[in-house]
Design a protein around this ligand. Structure first.
Ligand SMILES: C[S@@+](CC[C@H](N)C(=O)[O-])C[C@H]1O[C@@H](n2cnc3c(N)ncnc32)[C@H](O)[C@@H]1O
Ligand code: SF4
Length: 402
């Protein structure tokens, strides 16, 4: 929420609008994760889990009031995403109440996508039935790997058998299912990754996200790597595992639509994530949540106690905002759009106000090295090839000469 309570953007355009709801709680912290999340022992006072739904409702009501004041009409929500942390650590009735509060103020668009992330250890059949009845359509389950040794290195506490149960319960309730996988954990062999992919595919999810493990500064894993207790990650190993993932997922009928995301059909692509990559507008609720509307970005105070305190006092929880310059907005669009299969129109590569077009030699070079699809480039769009997806950052660097 903007820190001064004034919405620093003009009227909304016709593009879809989204909401992100951050749930900053985990039962234990996994050794590799640096998300804005806390265990019960790390939190006290007004930030506990039992009154968190109530705190969020305050921000939802305040946001709606601010938008009414600023623009008169609230856009309908095309997508809603509950992320964390572990949203399913809250009772399902609390998640349902938060969604109801959003619907009362903002209204869901017909066919809206409503997702929650879930940890396989914190759900049961009743959880998913309650969520479905409240209007959730989709669940994203943190599987990561099916190899107990890899899960131990990641300090994941879930039992791999619970993933299958969670998928069945979600399906029985009528929810779409996505699985999150991580590859490249130190000590993971190519065969172990192959088995994890096979086990994931056996569960026939609608959608799969496969992320290369990042050793984030400040995590326990980073300290273990620094002390030499755990080997560092290896870029070649990551590349081999990415190629294997694409091969097995494609053979099973899944198509990539973003570098780390595959779907069973276009209807199962995550509209919420696509909204981020397409640069649409969204409002982020909860501690540390970021928002973006019309090129203005803002973010909330990070700590749940500070967040709850602000709302209890009737203040906005906003901590800061920035307005993207035309150059920044352009860079961001190139960065995000070049990673999705629908691609980046070559016409959009020109720097704003420069009148320049991109050097045709750059495009020809990328085609010659097999990094972008020649047919799509001829038709005016950048789409990464498999080789290009492996080198996505380098491609973006070439498309954005300094
Ligand atoms: C908020 S978590 C998902 C829900 C739940 N907390 C869980 O972990 O099961 C979002 C996803 O971020 C990914 N993630 C977190 N830290 C990561 C890291 N350092 N490298 C790669 N992926 C990471 C994990 O795949 C995780 O499933
Ligand atoms: S990966 Fe998920 S469960 Fe583990 S600490 Fe991060 S948010 Fe929590």
């Amino acid at each position: 929420m903007p820190p001064d309570g004034v919405l620093p953007f003009g009227p909304l355009g016709p593009e879809p609008f989204s909401a992100y709801v951050h749930i900053p709680f985990c039962r234990v912290r996994c050794g590799y994760c640096d998300f804005n999340t806390y265990t019960a022992t790390e939190l006290g006072g007004g930030a506990n889990q039992s009154n968190y739904a109530q705190t969020l409702r305050r921000e939802i009501a305040l946001a709606a009031r601010m938008m009414h004041d600023g623009d008169a009409s609230l856009p309908t929500l095309r997508t809603v995403f509950f992320g964390g942390g572990t949203p399913t650590l809250l009772p399902a009735r609390d998640l349902a109440a938060i969604l109801t509060a959003l619907r009362e103020e903002w209204e869901l668009a017909p066919g809206a996508e409503v997702t929650t992330e879930a940890n396989p250890d914190s759900v049961d059949a009743a959880t998913f039935k309650t969520l479905k009845a409240a209007g959730f359509t989709r669940v994203s389950i943190g599987m990561q790997s099916s190899d107990p040794a890899v899960l131990a290195t990641l300090e994941r506490t879930h039992n791999p058998e619970n993933v299958g149960k969670a998928v069945r319960w979600a399906r029985d309730a009528g929810l779409d299912v996505s699985l999150d996988l991580i590859y490249g954990t130190p000590g993971e062999s190519l065969d172990s990754w192959r088995r994890s992919l096979g086990d994931a595919l056996e569960l026939a999810p609608d959608h799969v996200s496969a992320y290369a493990l990042i050793v984030e500064e400040g995590t326990k894993l980073a300290a273990q790597v620094r002390r030499g207790e755990v080997p560092d990650i290896d870029d070649d190993d990551h590349a081999d595992k990415y190629v294997l993932a694409d091969e097995l997922l494609s053979a099973a009928g899944y198509t990539w639509y973003e570098v780390s995301n595959w779907a069973r059909s276009a209807a199962h692509e995550s509209q919420h994530n696509l909204a981020y990559w397409r640069g649409y507008n969204w409002w982020g609720f909860g501690p540390g949540a970021h928002s973006h509307i019309n090129g203005v970005r803002w973010w909330n105070v990070k700590h749940p106690t500070a967040y709850a305190g602000k709302l209890e006092n009737g203040d906005t929880p906003g901590a800061g905002y920035e307005k993207l310059t035309p150059d920044q907005a352009h860079m961001e669009q190139v960065l995000l759009r070049s990673r999705i299969r629908e691609g980046l129109p070559i016409a959009k590569l020109a720097r704003p106000g420069s009148g320049d077009t991109v050097d045709p030699g750059v495009i020809a070079g990328l085609i010659a090295r097999g990094l972008i699809d020649p047919q799509r480039a001829l038709a005016g769009t950048i789409e990464l090839t498999l080789q290009g997806r492996l080198l996505a950052d380098a491609v973006v660097h070439e498309l954005l000469p300094t």
